[in-house]
Design a protein around this ligand. Structure first.
Ligand SMILES: Nc1ncnc2c1ncn2[C@@H]1O[C@H](COP(=O)(O)OP(=O)(O)O)[C@@H](O)[C@H]1O
Ligand SMILES: [Mg+2]
Length: 220
């Protein structure tokens, strides 16, 4: 079983959106997934409430219960556990990071969001775990994404070779309790999630590999 923590000390960067869509991608690839929702706002739980399917499992838990729930997930046959974390809770984020194989740091291409990367990178370093930043809600026009990639290079963190665009499919899917791969598998949003899932799966399965990824942009 692999464990992924999605961490950013900023709200609205796309943590929940990525956690749920990656969990659905894992299920569709035949690997049962569970989302551990550490955010008191419980957005992942409300997605699950709207979802007609039993899987993926989504549980809301306190960080003190992480070990217990990981054991339960392992015994239930989960192949991937994803922590959806809260902003502004460094202690919970650190506990999730320590229990994970990989940390994903979503970040919008704005100055405020880029600055928030450094505290997430520090959490990954404290936990001694590999971390990858990913640009989310990018616009197809303009040079903001390229500038953001340049800015991320100044932090000690790799950048995922895929970006997640600002796309309505993510919003529609969330409202329906679905992943974009279930409602619009051929869409750009679907392609992005497939690429990201494949990227993080490879990283987690080849832990000894150098996680450094060359920054690049997916097709708009
Ligand atoms: N790639 C995206 N394209 C469009 N809207 C998005 C995207 N990612 C997130 N959103 C929207 O932005 C808001 C915040 O996203 P969310 O995943 O809840 O962030 P976080 O969990 O980091 O607070 C939500 O309304 C969500 O639907
Ligand atoms: Mg959230």
């Amino acid at each position: 079983m692999k464990v992924l923590a999605i961490i950013s000390q900023k709200g609205g960067t796309g943590k929940t959106t990525l956690a749920l869509n990656l969990a659905v991608a894992s299920e569709l690839s035949g690997n049962p997934a569970a989302v551990f929702d550490l955010d008191p706002q419980a957005s992942s739980m409300s997605w699950k409430d709207n979802r007609p399917d039993e899987s993926p499992a989504v549980v809301s838990l306190h960080s003190a219960r992480i070990t217990h729930y990981l054991d339960t997930a392992r015994q239930s046959g989960a192949k991937l556990v994803i922590f959806d974390t809260a902003p502004h809770s460094q202690k919970d984020a650190l506990e999730a990071a320590q229990a994970s194989d990989l940390i994903l740091i979503p970040c919008k291409p704005s100055l405020i969001d880029l600055r928030a990367i450094s505290s997430s990178v520090k959490i990954a370093q404290l936990a001694g775990k590999p971390a990858v930043a990913i640009l989310t809600q990018t616009q197809t026009r303009g040079s903001l994404t390229d500038e953001a990639v340049e800015a991320i290079k100044s932090y000690e963190v790799s950048i995922a070779p895929v970006t997640i665009g600002n796309r309505m499919a993510f919003i529609h899917a969330f409202t329906a309790g679905r992943g974009v791969l279930e409602i619009e598998p051929q869409s750009k949003a679907g392609e992005e999630i497939t690429s990201l899932f494949s990227f993080i799966t490879n990283l987690m399965e080849n832990k000894d590999n150098d996680a450094k990824a060359k920054p690049s942009r997916s097709a708009a």
